[in-house]
Design a protein around this ligand. Sequence first.
Ligand SMILES: Nc1ncnc2c1ncn2[C@@H]1O[C@H](COP(=O)(O)OP(=O)(O)OP(=O)(O)O)[C@@H](O)[C@H]1O
Ligand SMILES: [Mg+2]
Length: 156
Amino acid sequence: MSGLSYFIAGEAAMQALGATLGRVTECEGTLYLQGDLGAGKTTLSRGLIRGLGHAGRVRSPTFTLVEPYEMGSQRVYHFDLYRLADPEELEFMGIRDYFHGPALCLVEWPERGQGVLPKPDLVITIAPEGEGRRVQLQPHSARGEAWCAALAGGAA
Ligand SMILES: Nc1ncnc2c1ncn2[C@@H]1O[C@H](COP(=O)(O)OP(=O)(O)OP(=O)(O)O)[C@@H](O)[C@H]1O
Ligand SMILES: [Mg+2]
């Protein structure tokens, strides 16, 4: 499976990439967002969620672990597992329900949920590069491959 790599200069471009990604996913599937503190995971998520039509704020769900969004019939669950002490906590919060049915799940700090978290369709890795960020997209399923093909075909 071949991935995609983008250099993204600035917050606005990061949000625009998120919005494009949201359209391509048609709001169904699982995205992991990897990268250090301050990499830009929430920025990308914000662009994605707003791009799907959410007009309000998009806050980092660090303390609540998950923030749900509903835009018409579309649902997005934005997870931030940074403060997850034990992956088993995810079982207690009924994680399976979130990943069941048509919804898009965005997961920051997926490493913390290893073993309990469902597999991703796409892994997004963000790293600093100069004044901007290097964003790498690696598909992990046929669905993720289709998204990357759409992006490479000019959806971006
Ligand atoms: N492509 C970019 N180029 C330059 N700066 C960016 C880019 N994307 C995001 N930033 C900036 O990086 C900072 C941190 O972003 P953000 O909060 O999204 O990081 P995060 O990965 O979610 O961090 P955390 O792990 O703490 O949740 C913000 O100030 C944002 O404006
Ligand atoms: Mg964040």
